[in-house]
Design a protein around this ligand. Structure first.
Ligand SMILES: [Zn+2]
Length: 361
């Protein structure tokens, strides 16, 4: 298992390095021909920004193929992936199409604010990031997720009754509870909450429902209800609202440093976009580190809520063990990796917490 997650981790870090290298290359060493094309784009800046954004989304996927293909092959070798290459390519095509639209939209908005508000575009950029993220969180469960999976209302039966009973005890309005056909892609198990307002929902992988005993499923559901109870999805947007203004200010300064043309207002064209993309990636990466620390705290408190609501620490521990095995995950990753990338507490710590809880109750 260490063999799997260790190499998979190296491939993931390799992908990140390729992405960083590509962004740095485009921002700092853009080939002359591409540069000229972007400079010419100044005459129709919005259209050119949309085209550059869409092309950029494709490029980032293409340069990562040397790591994403072996990563998929290994997932298949270890029995985690259930897809064939046809399905994998179809998924990749769909995700590229979605990201082309979103990146083009982002580039257009960025180009617009840089030209219109050369001094204060960071503030408008921050406002746009917050509003668009809220729109995305609202619509993605109903518009984007169904492109990749089939979601059906959790059928009547013991699991649904248990979910509703727990939600009732927790006094939470759970929204809808869905079962997703994750098994068409993976043998891994999971559950999550997403959406906001009218699209709020709890989603459970079919693998979890099929392979895990009912008390372990209940323990996962109680954790997800903790997220609903604590309003963690809207709180995630609040976190963004807190960090976005400072983050965008740094992005503006960095972009101006890398591409002085960004100060020219109406004179600025799409040639500033590679510098902006590098700045955004750098700042997002750095902000993700405290963001993940917050996320680990949020996850620990959902675990605590699960034990408070459902109890059954033995089921909780069994579920954590089985999840780590089934998802071929490292239960105890190196500290620096956990510090930078960990969105959840380590499996060993989650189990330790449940054992301590059991002793205290
Ligand atoms: Zn969680």
């Amino acid at each position: 298992m260490h063999d799997y997650s260790g190499t998979q981790r190296l491939l993931g870090l390799g992908g990140l390095a390729i992405e960083a290298g590509t962004l740095a290359f485009l921002a700092l060493r853009l080939p002359r021909r591409l540069r000229r094309a972007l400079v010419r784009g100044r005459s129709r800046p919005i259209l050119a920004a949309a085209a550059a954004g869409a092309a950029f989304a494709v490029l980032l996927v293409v340069v990562q193929l040397p790591v994403s293909i072996p990563a998929e092959q290994r997932a298949r070798d270890f029995g985690l992936s259930t897809q064939d290459w046809g399905g994998w390519v179809a998924d990749l095509g769909k995700s590229v199409a979605v990201s082309m639209v979103l990146t083009a939209l982002g580039a257009v908005i960025l180009m617009g604010v840089i030209r219109r508000f050369p001094r204060s575009w960071w503030a408008l950029g921050a406002a746009a990031a917050i509003v668009l993220s809220a729109v995305f969180v609202f619509f993605s469960p109903v518009l984007i997720d169904p492109l990749f999976n089939k979601f059906e209302r959790l059928p009547d039966g013991p699991v649904r009754s248990e979910v509703l009973k727990l939600a009732d005890e927790a006094h939470v309005k759970v929204g809808q509870v869905y079962r997703v056909d994750a098994s068409r892609r993976t043998t891994g198990a999971n559950a999550y909450v997403n959406g906001i307002g009218g699209t709020k929902r709890v989603v459970i992988y079919d693998n979890l429902l099929n392979d895990f005993p009912p008390d372990q499923v209940a323990s996962v559901v109680a954790h997800e209800l903790g997220h609903v109870k604590h309003r963690d999805v809207p709180r995630g947007l609040l976190w963004l609202a807190i960090v976005a203004p400072a983050g965008m200010l740094v992005i503006q300064r960095l972009t101006e440093r890398l591409a002085p043309e960004a100060r020219l207002g109406r004179g600025a064209g799409p040639v500033v976009l590679p510098a902006a993309a590098l700045s955004i990636a750098l700042v997002s990466f750095l902000l993700n580190i405290p963001g993940n620390a917050v996320s680990r705290g949020v996850e620990a408190s959902a675990d605590s809520y699960s034990l408070h609501l459902y109890g059954h620490p033995a089921a909780f521990v069994g579920m954590q063990r089985k999840l780590a095995v089934q998802n071929v995950a490292d239960p105890d990753p190196p500290g620096w990796l956990q510090f930078v990338f960990g969105t959840h507490p380590k499996t060993v710590d989650r189990i330790g917490y449940a054992l301590t809880w059991a002793q205290d109750h």
